[in-house]
Design a protein around this ligand. Structure first.
Ligand SMILES: CC[C@H](C(=O)O)C(=O)SCCNC(=O)CCNC(=O)[C@H](O)C(C)(C)COP(=O)(O)OP(=O)(O)OC[C@H]1O[C@@H](n2cnc3c(N)ncnc32)[C@H](O)[C@@H]1OP(=O)(O)O
Ligand SMILES: [Co+2]
Length: 137
């Protein structure tokens, strides 16, 4: 079931510039970057008490964030909820009529299994569900 808010994602055109901004201007702890090949997205995380800010950026100019940035200079991109049983939550939400953007969870950052719900299923907000991998502490 949903156990918490895993992260809020901000789409940025220039990941390095945004990392420097969140470190220098907002004093957040930069926890490293990760290029998620399967999602064609470059990510950088700034853990906060019990959640994180995730920066998401095109990977080599490609991926869903590239498309998103064609229309907007950047912005709040998605909410990600942590779950301790992503398969059960997908089945439950599908039965409630939510449209998922994939048939099954796929690898996300930090070895998590993730899946997305179409914005039109949730008042225009893109929702991600994320289940930590086995080695997640
Ligand atoms: C998984 C690695 C990492 C992690 O946390 O571990 C990440 O979070 S990676 C993040 C990037 N990956 C994704 O976003 C995957 C899911 N996203 C998608 O499949 C697409 O971006 C999708 C389906 C949300 C939109 O696809 P696309 O842009 O090709 O379609 P449209 O432009 O036609 O958009 C359809 C409709 O949705 C609105 N839209 C698009 N993006 C968002 C958004 N982030 N939040 C809210 N609404 C969004 C768009 O404006 C269109 O609305 P309409 O009214 O029809 O114009
Ligand atoms: Co995310």
């Amino acid at each position: 079931m949903i156990t918490g808010l895993d992260h809020i994602a901000v789409a940025v055109p220039d990941l390095e510039k945004a990392i420097a901004r969140f470190m220098a201007d907002f004093g957040l702890h930069y926890d490293g970057s990760e290029e998620v090949e399967s999602a064609k997205t470059a990510t950088a995380f700034f853990p906060l008490k019990s959640t994180s800010i995730e920066l998401v950026s095109p990977l080599r100019g490609e991926g869903p964030i590239a498309k998103y940035l064609e229309k907007k200079p950047g912005g709040l991109h998605h909410l990600c909820f942590s779950t301790d049983d992503i398969v059960a939550d997908v089945a439950r939400l599908k039965a409630l009529g939510y449209q998922f953007l994939a048939d099954a969870p796929s690898p996300g950052a930090h070895g998590c299994q993730v899946i997305f719900i179409h914005p039109k299923s949730c008042d225009g907000v893109l929702i991600e569900l994320s289940q930590p991998g086995d080695d997640h502490h």
